[in-house]
Design a protein around this ligand. Structure first.
Ligand SMILES: [Zn+2]
Length: 394
């Protein structure tokens, strides 16, 4: 299709600019909610494309929004597709490659903005902060930033290539034990150890693992193990992240963890309190969208099959977006298989290479073409929406 070629050519013209931005974001890693440099840089690049950028949307200082295509006020505004950009880093830098996520989104947007007068709808780019543990997209969803959006997409670099991504739901618990302090040598009988309660909780959770369904993950850390070696610990704290294929099952696992903690408190004569720190929903991959994306990848010379259900995976706040609108979160290869997992220090160097920026541009094209098709091909949009509705019911 001629218009597809126009979009791809515009993205090719944007390649040097996008790669330069990716390198700059990579060189200035910023933690969740602190992405001022990246948000400023990306907003400035959007301004150069000739669109108006709204900063600080959804109550988040480092979030932004811009759009191109038909205006709201048009007689036939058509559908709206959102392309999401992440740009937060981890304490070990851009070891998750979000510098490639934001530049892929920006390049896709630039390609579509180049043919803005011919778009049968609207394309929105959303700068979404704090994917790494902050749930930025959840906050933006709650604040209505995705209102009016018909479908959403983003793409994430890994060491493989898939059109879908089976991200797990999470339930994040913090448990505090309250014991009785006493001199650990002179009067241990007068104390109740909050540390013993934490240790027993971990042991009980490990015993319970056998009974959890395949694909579940439970991992915890002790964030406060006591106050002094010669005092029976009065207060301790631990955190657990419970993950599963569904939000419902992640919650069931969390309930079991709490029962383990309750039993430990009874056994040690302590009490406990807990809070839910947060949680992400599982990713519902919209197959109508994913398969169109895969078709464009194939045209661009790369196979992007559906991910195997048992592939090693993590979690993302894009999961919450996929429960709100039809959505995809394809993953793309920037390194050979086994080159390291996201979040590992050795993966960080793969997120800033010519190969990574090549892949980012290819993925930007596949996303832009998919977004264009969703606007132009009514049957595709209907099938994406129908599938979304069916999977919400089930
Ligand atoms: Zn990531």
């Amino acid at each position: 299709m001629a218009i597809h070629d126009d979009i791809c050519r515009a993205i090719d013209r944007f390649k040097d600019k996008a790669s330069g931005l990716g390198r700059q974001v990579h060189a200035h890693p910023e933690l969740k909610f602190e992405e001022h440099f990246a948000a400023g840089l990306l907003a400035c690049a959007l301004g150069e494309i000739g669109v108006e950028v709204e900063r600080g949307v959804g109550g988040l200082e480092t979030a932004f929004r811009a759009e191109t295509g038909r205006s709201d006020k048009s007689d036939k505004p058509g559908p709206t597709i959102a392309i999401l950009a992440e740009y937060d880093a981890l304490p070990n830098g851009h070891s998750c490659g979000h510098n490639l996520i934001c530049t892929a989104a920006l390049s896709a947007f630039a390609g579509l903005a180049a043919i803005r007068d011919q778009l049968p709808g609207r394309i929105v780019i959303l700068g979404t902060p704090a994917e790494e543990g902050g749930g930025g997209k959840i906050i933006m969803l709650e604040n209505g930033v995705l209102k009016g959006v018909d479908a959403a997409m983003m793409a994430h670099p890994i060491d493989g290539e898939f059109a879908t991504f089976p991200a797990l739901a999470t339930h994040y618990l913090r448990i505090t034990f309250h014991g009785q302090a006493a001199h650990a040598s002179a009067a241990p009988w007068a104390g109740a150890s909050a540390l013993s309660a934490v240790i027993q909780t971990f042991q009980s959770v490990d015993t319970a693992r056998l009974h959890f369904r395949d694909g579940s993950r439970i991992h915890g850390i002790i964030t406060n193990g006591g106050q002094a070696v010669n005092i029976i610990p009065e207060k301790t704290e631990c955190e657990f992240l419970c993950r599963a294929y569904t939000t419902k099952y992640a919650r069931e696992i969390a309930d079991r963890v709490l029962r383990c903690a309750d039993a430990a408190a009874t056994a040690t004569g302590t009490t406990l309190s807990h809070d839910v720190v947060g949680g992400y929903k599982n990713m519902i991959n919209n197959l109508a969208m994913a398969h169109r994306y895969a078709r464009h990848c194939e045209e661009l010379g790369v196979e992007a099959p559906d991910a195997p259900l048992d592939m090693p995976t993590g979690s993302t706040d894009m999961g919450d977006v996929s429960h709100a609108v039809p959505a995809i979160h394809p993953v793309f290869r920037i390194a050979d298989p086994g080159a390291g997992n996201c979040h590992e220090e050795r993966f960080e160097k793969h997120t800033d290479t010519p190969r990574a920026y090549e892949a980012m541009i290819r993925v930007a094209k596949a996303m832009a073409l998919t977004a264009y098709d969703l606007l132009a091909d009514t049957a595709l949009m209907e099938s994406a929406k129908g599938e979304y509705a069916r999977r919400q019911e089930s």
